[in-house]
Ligand binder design. Structure first.
Ligand SMILES: [Zn+2]
Length: 465
């Protein structure tokens, strides 16, 4: 098939790894402090992207309020964190933040000391009750993060939900430990997602596997032995551990903190079609900084997608105008549970009815291929995508049949807007860990996926759909 290559399509070569990585190195620098929603580091990311939009002649995304959109959310900055562990009959040891433990992003503050008590999965179900009869008064509970494997159908129980159960039984803090036998390994990963109210004075930390192993006596009582007995036999293995812990955490907590979405607008040129638009979006936030010293740089998650949105905005702004309008949106709190994209979808800068498609770019700078999501629901979009890939990019492995609407694409999927999700395949090697730095990205893959996103946006914004 001979297709006309328009000047707009042809500009995909302007997407270069070098330019993309330049943005990533700024967004994922230590100075931006892991771009935690509402934090000064995230604010710097806002200023960087807005300056860039302005310099390249993009219009403000919000007609009345310029390039940014504020929304309120629970924010928590971990100012300092110290943990001392005393394995019975040994000297107390200070654990190292970032290597031995990290804090849950929305941990309570305070100073608590107590004996440790293992609570397994923290299940209170009548057929598997790990808590009843356990003395938790004044103790610090030790729990796996997930729910029991035989309950995979349930939505995940978040640590703060467990903390509510445990606090009601007199516990004073929560130590989350990894599950050594789990297929998907639990790692020392930061998170800002919780459910349920904040519990002041109730610290929540995550312990690294090498330290978690030390909580058990050894011999036939290892962490993996206990987990095996629970998972295989549904044995209740809860009980006191021969370890004391002292946790001291100070936070700057705000139940009504503020974060922002950033958006730029490029009006289309066609008198009719310009009333319609395509959204090209990515979340710019990540899980931040702890104790003012360990930084989750989030190069892959999601400096990569944000850099791609910024570059696509520049390339479209400098070239021929497409027929439809383009909205470039950087969401400001995906890591806290899609709060930025949910707010945007409820308060869009242009009516959602006239939005023809949403392209979500998330974690596309590393991996071993591209893993497009949405094919299952939007075959027509993917027909266009496949033709563009075959003609210009030749990225292998794009044909898997994934459902639509993950992460920031979800609010748009829920609003009935056709969407595509651009993500690397096997993209999560460093997910939410302090090792997610620019050096771990794969620049040529990053360039390829971003070129696909550009081509898709160019075609969708410029042709009959
Ligand atoms: Zn993330």
């Amino acid at each position: 098939m001979v297709r006309k290559i328009t000047p707009l399509i042809n500009r995909f070569r302007e997407v270069t790894a070098e330019r993309l990585m330049r943005h990533v190195r700024v967004l994922a620098s230590d100075e931006l402090r892991g771009r935690m929603p509402g934090d000064i580091g995230y604010r710097k990311a806002m200023d960087y992207s807005i300056n860039f939009f302005q310099q390249h002649g993009l219009q403000p995304g919000f007609a009345d309020k310029g390039y940014e959109q504020a929304f309120t959310m629970e924010t928590c900055r971990i100012v300092s964190a110290g943990v001392t562990m005393t394995v019975i009959e040994s000297e107390p040891e200070r654990l190292k933040l970032g290597t031995d433990f990290i804090c849950r992003g929305l941990t309570g503050n305070g100073h608590v000391s107590g004996d440790l008590v293992f609570v397994g999965y923290c299940s209170e179900e009548s057929d598997f009750d790990e808590l009843t009869g356990l003395d938790l008064e004044g103790k610090i509970a030790v729990s796996f993060k997930h729910s029991p494997p035989w309950r995979t159908d349930q939505s995940p129980v978040l640590p703060r939900q467990k903390a509510h159960q445990l606090a009601a039984r007199g516990a004073r803090g929560l130590v989350i430990i990894p599950n050594p036998n789990r297929k998907e390994q639990d790692r020392l990963s930061g998170s800002l997602v919780e459910k349920g109210d904040y519990i002041p004075g109730f610290p929540m930390i995550v312990l690294a596997e090498h330290q978690a192993e030390r909580l058990f006596c050894g011999g036939d009582d290892t962490l993996s032995a206990r987990q095996f007995r629970i998972d295989a036999n549904r044995d209740v293995m809860s009980g006191p551990l021969p370890v004391r812990m002292s946790i001291r955490i100070t936070t700057d907590y705000n139940p009504a903190g503020v974060s922002w979405n950033a958006a730029a607008f490029l009006p289309g040129i066609d008198p009719d079609l310009s009333r319609e638009s395509i959204i090209i979006g990515a979340h710019m936030d990540h899980v931040g900084i702890q104790g003012e010293k360990i930084i989750f740089n989030g190069a892959q998650d999601n400096a990569s997608g944000a850099a791609a949105v910024i570059e696509l905005a520049r390339i479209f702004a400098e070239g021929d105008r497409p027929a439809r309008s383009l909205q470039f949106v950087l969401f400001g709190a995906e890591e806290a549970g899609l709060l930025g994209s949910l707010y945007y979808a409820e308060h869009p800068s242009l009516p959602l009815e006239s939005t023809r498609a949403m392209l979500n770019l998330d974690c596309m700078g590393a991996g071993d291929g591209v893993d497009m999501r949405g094919r299952e629901a939007y075959p027509r979009l993917f027909e266009i995508f496949d033709a563009l890939n075959d003609e210009f990019v030749h990225m292998p492995g794009t044909k898997e049949n994934h459902p639509p609407g993950g992460a920031d694409a979800k609010p748009f999927e829920d609003a009935g807007i056709p969407n595509m999700y651009f993500v690397g395949s096997n993209p999560y090697r460093h997910l939410h860990m302090i090792s997610d730095t620019p050096e771990t990205l794969n620049p040529s893959l990053f360039e390829g996926i971003t070129r696909l996103a550009y081509l898709m946006a160019a075609r969708l914004s410029d042709e009959q759909l």
